[in-house]
Design a protein around this ligand. Structure first.
Ligand code: ZN
Ligand code: ZN
Length: 696
């Protein structure tokens, strides 16, 4: 700043004395401006020359000015001067090229390059680097080829740009050709070329070749290590990433932010979350990438609460999260169905100015739907300035999951009106809505339209929806015909759908068929055994119940651990069936017994039929009364005894038949809505009815 100020004082006094009128004086001052990097003073000199109608005898002075403008990114200054120049030489053209390459205006770069009456190797280098830096990799390689045809030797610098272009295009063949030339000409002594070669091989999937080069390198820097570490990560070898990281530490090399975030991601890939935690704790200056890697890692490994906690810490540390971080945190809230946290994160997103980002706003719509508040989801959806098929799917699916099936179908029609192309996920949501509303014929029409109108191939999910739809409309025979017609044959999803629909309809014949297929496909899954034995039990066929029970025992089939959770005061409380681990167990059981008593007075009897036969009647009663969702409900009512806001409960598997009836009764007796989100859908219980219309 001081140097610039002094320079200006000198020039001002020279102007005043009228001493700047000759080539020598101008040249000296331009060089001084260049040294001081004072582009505005240089512009003043240019104006001074023009005012005094001074014409330089050669291009030197103007080229110096051009270079100065180009370097400072003053594109308009450079272009203005360039257009005025009576004579241009190779230096003038190259200066103009580098101005455009630096500013990234690719079209102008192309135009100037094609207008050049003569070129040298600098011109080629500048253009290739300009293209490569703007991901115009095809163009970069094209010019690289032309450069050699025109008889110019590429430099190390050119090779780096060309190799980066190959890596971007995953063009291993051309990358290898360039490598060959580098070897033949005995070039590539510098670390940049080696790094680009390593990176090119790693990105093109030749990780062993990359590693070989890395071994040969004797001037590795931290960039070389990072390229190799991220190469292993990209090629699905997180273990080797971690090995390299340890090697780095043994050698006493200091990892940087890039190293750490790659190694954190590697720990998450191999599931060593504790190791990731440890590493994260020792990093002194954590950057945005590190925080985001940890948050996304937690979210992807079912540690949503940790993801939320870390997001809070990140904000406290004054590190600004980006769209990727925020959307991943919003998704964590959706998974936990914690509306309160979701709303807080939404607020943060607004403050950070990322709420309108497509990824974030789609996640918000999804979060509100998963929390059962479709009104808020609809508001977020309407506020979106851009929507893609993912956003539409979130909203359509949200409606379908929350029992607002007609809204789902209306929105789908609106999506078509806006000329958006639905995808496979859209149709799953649409078919689900048809199943719930009993619009069986509509469902069939939508199913047919998948291939006939939209040119998509129906997936297993779509077939499963149709089996469900046909079954529920009482056409189990047609459902079986559809299964037989499936081009790639049915899988366990299809059979378990048929089995549950048979259970609803009491069709033992087809239920047995579906169950037997499942016993073969998934011998260790207890679900089908239990379902079939319940079907037998329901019609008093106890012998069959016993034989299925022993079959299940012989196969050593296991039940999924069922659990439910509820969020109270920003904390998630988890319960399993007959849970007695919660600190407030005594009060919870007391409340639940009080509720059951009240319900029994109102005519509710627990449906012990669903419990297997050889359990004593009072044990059956006990086990069914203390299912996890009932415990969560009792806890919710203790903590929120008054008010009209719904009690929200989440369950990891489907809600059982008895709990479903129980929730309906409770919603009526206490005059308060209850929302249960199970693995399949939402149940909004209100006034003794459920939004699923008893189909789930
Ligand atoms: Zn239950
Ligand atoms: Zn329901």
């Amino acid at each position: 700043m001081k140097a610039k100020h002094k320079l200006r004082q000198v020039i001002d006094s020279l102007y005043c004395r009228g001493q700047v009128t000759n080539e020598e004086a101008y040249t000296r001052l331009v060089l001084q401006c260049a040294r001081a990097g004072d582009v505005e003073e240089a512009k003043r000199l240019e104006a001074h020359m023009e005012l005094h109608s001074y014409q330089p005898t050669n291009t030197f002075l103007e080229n110096r000015l051009l270079h100065l403008y180009a370097k400072a990114g003053k594109l308009s200054y450079a272009r203005n001067l360039f257009d005025k120049m009576p004579k241009r030489d190779i230096f003038s053209w190259n200066a103009m090229l580098s101005a455009y390459a630096k500013s990234g205006s690719i079209e102008d770069l192309k135009a100037v390059f094609s207008q050049m009456p003569f070129r040298d190797s600098v011109s080629y280098n500048t253009v290739i680097a300009g293209f490569a830096s703007k991901s115009c990799s095809h163009e970069a390689l094209e010019i690289f080829l032309r450069m050699q045809e025109d008889g110019f030797e590429p430099s190390d610098y050119t090779h780096v740009s060309a190799l980066n272009a190959c890596a971007q295009l995953l063009d291993l063949r051309r990358g290898k050709q360039i490598h060959g030339k580098i070897v033949v000409r005995n070039l590539g002594g510098n670390a940049f070329v080696w790094n680009s070669l390593t990176d090119m091989y790693a990105k093109c999937g030749e990780i062993d070749k990359a590693r070989w080069l890395f071994n040969q390198m004797n001037n590795k820097n931290v960039v070389s290590w990072n390229l190799m570490i991220s190469g292993y990560l990209r090629n699905g070898q997180p273990g080797k990433c971690i090995d390299l990281f340890h090697e780095m530490q043994v050698l006493g090399l200091r990892p940087d932010d890039v190293t750490v975030s790659n190694v954190l991601a590697a720990y998450f890939q191999i599931g060593c979350i504790d190791e990731a935690d440890k590493l994260f704790c020792v990093i002194r200056e954590k950057d945005k990438v590190c925080w985001t890697t940890m948050i996304v890692g937690y979210a992807q490994h079912g540690k949503e609460e940790d993801a939320l906690r870390l997001f809070g810490e990140m904000l406290l540390e004054d590190v600004r999260p980006d769209c990727f971080t925020v959307s991943s945190v919003v998704s964590s809230c959706a998974k936990l169905a914690t509306l309160h946290h979701g709303q807080v994160v939404h607020g943060k997103a607004v403050l950070l100015g990322v709420d309108d980002d497509l990824q974030v706003s789609s996640a918000l719509v999804d979060m509100y739907c998963k929390c059962g508040v479709t009104n808020d989801a609809q508001i977020a959806f309407n506020m979106m300035s851009v929507r893609n098929v993912v956003s539409w799917n979130s909203m359509i699916n949200g409606y379908a999951q929350n029992g607002q099936d007609l809204e789902a179908l209306n929105l789908y029609e609106k999506m078509l009106q806006e000329n958006l192309k639905p995808d496979g996920f859209t149709f799953v949501a649409v078919l689900c809505a048809c199943i719930h509303t009993g619009l069986f014929e509509h469902g069939q029409t939508y199913f047919n339209s998948i291939s006939e109108l939209h040119g998509l191939t129906p997936s297993l999910d779509h077939y499963a929806c149709m089996v469900n739809l046909l079954g529920r409309s009482g056409e189990i025979d047609k459902a079986v015909d559809l299964i037989k017609s499936m081009p790639h044959g049915p899988n366990s999803l299809i059979w378990s759908t048929l089995l549950s629909v048979c259970a609803v309809k009491g069709d033992i014949k087809h239920g047995e068929m579906a169950a037997r297929c499942l016993f073969e496909l998934e011998p260790l899954n207890a679900g089908p055994y239990i379902m079939l034995s319940n079907m037998y039990a329901a019609c008093g066929r106890w012998e069959e119940v016993a034989s299925i029970r022993s079959l299940m025992k012989n196969k050593n089939a296991k039940k999924f651990a069922a659990y439910s959770w509820i969020e109270i005061d920003n904390k998630v409380h988890k319960f399993v069936s007959e849970d007695r681990t919660h600190p407030e167990t005594e009060i919870i059981y007391k409340e639940l017994r009080r509720l059951i008593k009240k319900l029994q007075e109102a005519g509710f009897t627990p449906n012990t039929k669903l419990v297997l036969h050889d359990v004593r009647e009072e044990d059956k009663f006990e086990s069914i009364c203390y299912h996890s969702e009932k415990l969560a409900l009792a806890f919710g009512l203790i903590k929120r005894p008054h008010g009209v806001t719904p009690i929200r409960i989440m369950k990891n598997i489907r809600v059982c038949g008895d709990c479903h009836v129980f929730m309906k009764f409770v919603s009526k007796i206490i005059g308060r809505p209850i929302i249960v989100r199970d693995s399949n859908r939402f149940h909004h219980f209100e006034g003794g009815k459920c939004s699923c219309k008893d189909y789930w």
